[in-house]
Design a protein around this ligand. Structure first.
Ligand code: NAD
Length: 351
């Protein structure tokens, strides 16, 4: 694994003086990708899941690793952890068997001697995780079901948002539009399906839509470019980055935005515009921290205790309430308040 020199990273706007970035490159197995470490204290590991995705160029993959690792630092700080933020991105290449790529990746991870602790993000599932765990002890998420706890965190966050917008936390008859019904979207549906009102879903994977509709027959499928236009209480970006952008901002027809996707905002000013429209936006790295909280619990305790994890995930409510207070007081978007809070914590960390 080769470290990339900082001077080669400076051309990327996503570069934030990251601590270190490594290139993964193994011709024999087709492994290609990056592991980026954002800010960290030397003695503690950095957490961040591994993404397995098709990218148009290597630079696109590197940019994704840079911005996702930065977001992981913010997430870790706001969840009250001393751990650093990191992220691994593997470039999907269907010319090579996925298992071989993942095996090579897991073996490479051992070179970092536990400085990077990782699990599954987009493109990877529990089956992949089990196989990688055979090669390296630095994988988490086998016991703690992070997707479920990400969904639980979203549930708690939406409760807080509903209290603010509608005066009560109840989900009864609340309407939802979910962009992306992958692992987290599925777990969220399990929680709200019975109680909720209309639920619109979209996904670019038709088989996934069929699978979900079989399990939850009352969901209504809409085209991927129409999901944000649905008139609902809650819009949930649960797919990839930048669901909230210059184009979609004018199309939003919801009161609350709270989803699991990382880097939902194309730029900071989009959050300002959402705020001006009177829509509550739950900052992504705050509301989607349930998965991180659950894997950190697994790492620290080595056993699984659902009540203990749920209790920790529930703390997201308090953090979100604090952010809301700041936003109301200063009349700025919750995203700006959260960034400031996170940066204050991160800047105190000693390298
Ligand atoms: P996943 O890969 O299981 O699901 C993502 C789904 O989105 C897939 O079904 C995919 O087909 C769909 N999709 C992709 N592009 C789309 C588009 N343009 N419109 C609609 N659907 C689209 O991933 P996941 O684990 O469910 O994670 C979802 C998001 O939440 C990701 O951004 C991930 O980084 C973030 N996240 C996940 C966790 C976790 O615990 N898994 C934790 C925090 C954040």
């Amino acid at each position: 694994m080769n470290q990339i020199e900082n001077k080669l990273l400076e051309k990327f706007t996503e570069f934030d003086n990251h601590q270190s970035v490594f290139r993964l490159d193994d011709e024999a197995t087709g492994l290609k990708g990056f592991i980026a470490f954002h800010k960290n204290q030397k003695r503690v590991p950095s957490f961040g899941a591994t993404r397995f995705l098709e990218y148009k160029t290597e630079d696109d993959a590197l940019r994704d690793a840079l911005r996702l690792s930065r977001l992981m630092s913010y997430k870790s700080a706001m969840a009250g952890f001393k751990y650093g933020g990191a992220k691994a991105v593997i470039i999907r290449n269907d010319e090579f068997p996925k298992d071989k790529i993942l095996k090579a990746y897991a073996q490479k991870l051992n070179e970092l001697s536990g400085k990077f602790i990782t699990g599954t993000d987009v493109g990877l599932d529990l089956t992949d995780l089990k196989k990688m765990k055979r090669e390296s002890e630095y994988f988490v998420g086998l016991k703690s079901n992070p997707e479920k706890y990400t969904a639980v965190g979203l549930f708690f966050s939406i409760e807080v948002a509903c209290k603010k917008i509608f005066g009560n936390e109840s989900f009864k008859d609340r309407t939802f539009a979910i962009q992306g019904v992958g692992k987290v979207g599925h777990e969220f549906l399990k929680i709200v399906y019975k109680n909720a009102g209309k639920i619109y879903i979209s996904d670019t994977n038709i088989d996934r839509l069929k699978f979900i509709q079989k399990l939850f027959p009352k969901v209504k499928i809409v085209a991927p470019d129409k999901i944000q236009k649905q008139k609902v209480d809650v819009y949930m970006p649960c797919a990839l980055s930048y669901a909230l952008n210059k184009k979609t901002i004018g199309e939003l027809n919801c009161k609350i935005i709270t989803g699991s996707a990382n880097n939902q905002l194309e730029s900071k000013d989009i959050a300002d515009k959402i705020y001006e429209k009177g829509i509550f936006y739950g900052p992504d790295y705050v509301v989607n921290a349930g998965g991180l909280i659950s894997v950190v619990d697994e790492y620290e305790n080595k056993n699984f205790d659902a009540d203990r994890i749920e209790g920790k995930v529930k703390k997201i409510k308090k953090t979100l309430e604090k952010i809301m207070e700041g936003s109301d007081k200063e009349k700025i978007s919750p995203a700006r308040v959260a960034d400031r809070m996170a940066e204050k914590i991160i800047n105190k960390l000693k390298n």
